[in-house]
Design a protein around this ligand. Structure first.
Ligand SMILES: [Fe+2]
Length: 165
């Protein structure tokens, strides 16, 4: 379908992010299973629950803008998650693997932050204020998840990984 205006772009990007979130709900359990540090396991588990809620919230957004919830394969998320899967295949000390998991998870969060930032701006511009509020809620969750990973990396994981010999 041709993209005629920003409303079409908004719908297209919503389909993309729905796919991205669904892909992530399938990958996060693998990260949870592979992570070692308790704080990291908890953070990933919490973000999995949050991601499931974000899928439901996106479906609400589709409803609000009167557009059937459909997803369109997000190739960027697919690529990020393929890289993440490769990380899990590495033969690594558990602490080092944790550091790699955090790096991979933060790439995913930054991608999502960029996407939701755009979606919020477009929703506001298009007058979809309620939808913009929901999208902003998810944007804040993604930022918080990213910050939590930074704290875990700084306070715990990277320091231990650095002293491994
Ligand atoms: Fe998300």
């Amino acid at each position: 379908m041709p993209l005629r205006n920003l409303e079409d772009c908004f719908h297209d990007e919503l389909k993309d992010v729905l796919s991205a979130e669904k892909q992530l709900t399938r990958s996060l359990p693998k990260l949870v299973a592979a992570a070692e540090a308790e704080a990291l396991v908890t953070a990933l588990e919490e973000h999995l629950a949050e991601t499931e809620q974000q899928v439901a919230r996106l479906e609400q957004v589709f409803e609000l803008v009167d557009f059937a919830p459909r997803s369109k394969k997000c190739k960027a998320m697919q690529g990020l998650l393929e890289e993440t899967a490769d990380v899990l295949e590495e033969e690594a000390d558990p602490t080092v693997l944790d550091a790699m998991i955090i790096a991979a998870a933060q790439k995913v969060e930054h991608y999502e932050i960029a996407t939701y930032g755009t979606l919020c701006a477009w929703a506001r511009l298009l007058g979809h204020n309620e939808a913009a509020g929901l999208l902003d809620q998810t944007l804040q969750e993604e930022k918080a998840a990213d910050e939590k990973l930074t704290v875990i990396a700084l306070e715990l994981v990277n320091r231990e990984a650095a002293v491994n010999v």
